[in-house]
Design a binder for this molecule. Structure first.
Ligand code: CP
Length: 339
């Protein structure tokens, strides 16, 4: 049994194999049904459009059945910490929750966002890791506090599909947003791009750097894959020659627990940190990417997201094909049913 928690657990060859498999699902070359007569649980602590819909459709297309649960809504409130006296508002412990679900389901997907309250705690992904610790079946990370590997692998697939194989100049740019957001998408995008050997540029205002320890891992992965990693506070220079512009907003680590301070700090970046037509002219005809949902004319102008350079809808579609590849890899593809 193996979990899918972060691409950092996979080799370059395994990432390549997932992209190839996802492309086969997309073209229809692979019509296998490895989930026939099996169910997969999808546990959502937070809202979703793409992840929920694409997982449900993907499980169906693989021959399986999706069981969707929302702790505190359609299932009991959940405690994830060990050794606590559960005399508060939590009804069930993850220890029982995941082991019971494992008796019904072949795998469990879980979405559990950062609460943006305590950086030191949330950076360890405590809820996701509690699921992984107690599960007897594979856990699929559908976005945790620190990682969104299904998204980042769909992103790598989209870059491959649009620009072909080989190293690309890939820019992740922070963007202004009215409130602080989690870091899972930028973390996972930069990590996967580094693992793929791309020339990766992270552009963000001072104070909005990603996690130091993760950046060290990313640096090592980049070096191992023959790539390059650069961090800059200069958004305009970052766009020069870019082949991929990936926009995302995230909150500052030091302001976890004090969102009003982050909101005050980020106000000065509102005008400059947006993806617009002028900045896109500096690129090497870059494709524009965003995980969605996106706030138009806040993160990106209408002119860019509606332009032919924008690939956001294809990127969202690729979530379906990539997640089918991930589930087939985890749960055993039946080669005999291909074709
Ligand atoms: N990109 C993404 O994960 O979208 P949802 O939050 O709608 O699932």
């Amino acid at each position: 049994m193996r979990h899918f928690l972060t691409t950092g657990d996979l080799s370059h060859a395994e990432l390549e194999a997932l992209i190839e498999s996802a492309l086969r699902f997309k073209t229809g070359e692979d019509k296998s049904k490895p989930l026939a007569d099996r169910s997969v649980a999808l546990v959502f602590f937070n809202p979703s459009l793409r992840t929920r819909a694409s997982m449900q459709v993907g499980i169906y297309e693989l021959g399986g059945n999706a069981v969707v649960l929302e702790p505190g809504g359609t299932s009991w409130t959940l405690e994830h910490r060990d050794g606590v006296v559960m005399d508060g508002d939590k009804t069930e412990h993850v220890a029982e929750f995941v082991r019971v679900l494992g008796r019904y389901c072949a795998a469990i997907g879980v979405r559990t966002f950062a609460a943006l309250k305590n950086w030191d705690e949330e950076r360890t992904d405590p809820v996701l890791n509690a699921f992984a610790k107690y599960a007897d079946v594979p856990i699929i990370n559908l976005e945790s506090a620190m990682h969104h590997p299904c998204q980042s692998m769909a992103d790598m697939m989209t870059i491959r599909e649009k620009l072909g194989a080989g190293r690309k100049r890939v820019v992740l740019t922070w963007a202004w947003h009215p409130k602080p957001l989690p870091m899972a998408v930028p973390n996972s995008f930069v990590l996967a791009a580094a693992q793929m050997g791309h020339e990766v540029v992270v552009a963000c205002p001072s104070g909005y750097e990603l996690d130091d320890e993760l950046m060290e891992t990313i640096r090592q992965q980049s070096a191992g894959a023959g790539g390059r990693l650069e961090v800059t506070n200069d958004i305009n220079a970052a766009f020069d020659g870019a082949e991929v512009i990936y926009a995302k907003s995230w909150g500052a680590k030091r302001f976890y627990g004090t969102p009003e301070k982050d909101i005050a700090q980020r106000a000065e970046h509102r005008e400059k940190w947006i993806v617009d037509e002028e900045k896109m002219t500096r690129t090497n005809r870059a494709i524009f990417m965003h995980c969605l949902p996106v706030r138009r004319n806040v993160i990106v102008t209408d002119g860019v997201i509606d332009s032919p350079q924008s690939v956001v809808i294809d990127e969202a579609e690729n979530r379906l094909h990539m997640q089918k590849a991930i589930m087939a890899s985890l749960l055993g593809k039946k080669e005999t049913s291909r074709g």
